[in-house]
Design a protein around this ligand. Sequence first.
Ligand SMILES: [Mn+2]
Length: 327
Amino acid sequence: MNSLPEIVQFFQERDNFIFVGHENPDPDSLGSMLALFHGLTKIGKQCRMVSGDPVPTNLSWPGLSKIEYIPQDFQPGESCVVVLDCEPYRTGAIAPGVQRAKCLVNIDHHQRGRGEGNLVYVNPNEAATSVIAYRILKELGVAFDLEIATALYGGILGDTGGFRHANTNSEVLSIAAELLDCGVQPAPMAREIFSSQPYDFLKLLGYALSNLQTSQGGRLVWMSLSYDEFQKFNIPPENTDHLVSYARMLDTAEVAMVFREVKPGEIRLGLRANQVDVGALARHLGGGGHKLASGATLKGDLMQVTQEVVDVTEEYLRTGELHERHS
Ligand SMILES: [Mn+2]
């Protein structure tokens, strides 16, 4: 792994960057891309932003429209590709081009191995990749304006769940305060990220909540939604990973899970916990993430996969041990 000063030096020395985030981009992925794009453009560097998925329509941050949506055949050319908030293979449709880049840099805050890249900086102690972007821009001596501050604040707001998750600390709040002093309006930012859902999504949420399941006296809570159910409510399943934040509202919940059949036979599992290490659980299931927020992709029949994961998790909650899934 590389150090932050090495990453800063890389940005000082090179001139041509393409920033990319993960598939189904979230506020932190977009915020870190945009902040570095704006900041490095300001100091005279050539920058682009590329995504293999369209940008979510609920956000109105300055510069989002400059993100090039390239659903196939991404060619980085001579530019350095900077992958933010994930490993290079998690960049979706542009992943083949990203992984072929002559110069590949990876900056992330998820607990993981080194992965690919000429330079790799991973710091799981940071609340968001946008916090790392903040530090890089500070070290580069970039003056913050409203565009940069909006992107950084949005990324931090997203990954801390509106300053409610365990990664919220005094330093994160100090950074947020500094960004508000640049003119960011916190109320509309929060509304865009957390409280502006399409009508059809709320109908789907009502349906999902009415089928909420629990075990072990409510220590474990989960929702399971099939591909057909998403179709029925006219909601694309890919952009619904926030469903898990509703499951975890259960007062007794120690672990909350959402199973979404995003394509027939492909199940995206989202995991959240207050204390239990669900990062270890996700890795056991072939996925990854943070200690208290993680996920995995599983193949198979939705009902069967749900039951198997529930069994493994119940045992994990009972004994603290992880055992193979039975099939
Ligand atoms: Mn993040």
